[in-house]
Design a protein around this ligand. Structure first.
Ligand code: NAD
Length: 317
């Protein structure tokens, strides 16, 4: 019996695979290495319990019968997650969200597997309420630069609901809030690696907007624990998986500069911040209400922003 992880060569996926292997499971990764990397899974290659299939989930997914036997669980993470990709490949992202997810759900039906869908806080759009609980329906723009992802993930959830309703498929929906940690791509356009790279090289840190918008960053190991707890639970509605400590973007940038300078032992002047026009439709606030995750999964994040950033820097520097 095995566990399938789509997107397992990506940032969150590779951490999840590592944990599942540590727990003694057979793990099959399906990934087309679009935004992930072979480097992220190199360390598993000698493990007999690990298999990799290079495949785009938009095409039919086929898992050889003799691979590890029956698939019990599917974690469906395959999808680009960085704003740079939203700008470059909107149609491909929408195809991944709809056709890719449909292929995964069909495979789950055939295998009688339970599926966890990696949804996102972005389905709340630019929220009018804070914190965002699972009951909030969101404020998204269907015709804009982020629509492929925000609306794509909304259709992913709707599709999963349809399969649960029509076919009785066992579905779990994780609404994941911003995650950071080792194995992110340094150049994929997300705030934490962007800030670390700039601070390390002494370049100005680019902040979109005036710095007052907020994010609630969770360290990747917390996210992985939340996903596994949700998969094991009996809860069939969406659950927020995030850290509820909200921080201004400019405060995160300042903390990263402080930590990078301390790590480099650099006494010279700190790099500047350069404020750019806010990205269109970028959410101004992000703060999860994690009461539900607490109640139904007995899960809450444990890694502080400072500790998580230091571990992330150990990877990048
Ligand atoms: P990532 O880009 O590092 O990983 C995604 C992986 O999926 C990559 O390895 C990529 O090659 C693969 N992939 C993408 N499209 C594919 C396709 N069509 N077929 C096969 N493989 C494909 O991103 P991540 O940060 O690890 O995110 C993983 C999942 O979690 C995504 O579904 C994302 O929407 C969700 N999520 C992430 C965050 C975050 O902050 N990182 C927040 C909310 C939700």
């Amino acid at each position: 019996m095995s566990i399938l992880v789509t997107g397992g060569a990506g940032f969150i996926g590779s951490h999840l695979v590592e944990r599942l292997l540590q727990e003694g499971n057979n793990v099959v990764v399906v990934d087309c290495l679009w935004t992930g990397s072979a480097d992220n899974i190199k360390k598993f290659q000698d493990n007999d319990k690990f298999k990799f299939i290079n495949c785009d989930v938009r095409n039919c997914i086929s898992i050889p019968e003799d691979m590890f036997g029956k698939i019990l669980y599917i974690y469906h993470l395959a999808c680009p997650a960085s704003p740079d990709h939203f700008e470059r490949s909107p149609v491909e992202i929408l195809e991944t969200c709809f056709q890719g997810t449909k292929n995964v759900l069909d495979l789950a039906l055939k295998s009688k597997a339970k599926v966890l869908i990696a949804s996102t806080s972005e389905i709340y759009g630019d929220p009018e309420v804070s914190p965002q609980s699972e009951k909030y329906w969101g404020n998204t723009n269907s015709f804009g630069p982020r629509s492929c992802y925000d609306e794509g993930k909304r259709i992913t959830e709707a599709l999963a609901y349809g399969y649960q309703k029509s076919h009785g498929l066992e579905i779990r929906i994780a609404r994941i809030f911003n995650v950071y940690g080792p194995s992110m791509q340094i150049d994929d356009g997300r705030a934490v690696p962007n800030f670390i790279a700039a601070a390390k090289e002494g370049r100005p840190l680019l902040i979109y907007g005036d710095g007052s918008s907020t994010r609630s960053f969770q360290y990747v190991s917390d996210c992985v624990s939340g996903l596994i707890a949700l998969m094991k639970s009996n809860y069939r509605q969406p659950v927020n998986i995030g850290n509820d400590i909200e921080t201004r973007v400019d405060d995160i940038a300042k903390l990263i500069v402080e930590l990078v300078q301390a790590k480099l032992g650099d006494e010279s002047a700190a790099p500047d911040f350069k404020y750019l026009t806010a990205r269109e439709d970028d959410p101004r606030r992000r703060k999860p209400d994690i009461t539900l995750a607490n109640e139904v999964l007995h899960w809450k994040p444990t890694v502080t922003l400072r500790d998580g950033l230091m571990a992330t820097m150990d990877y990048f520097m």
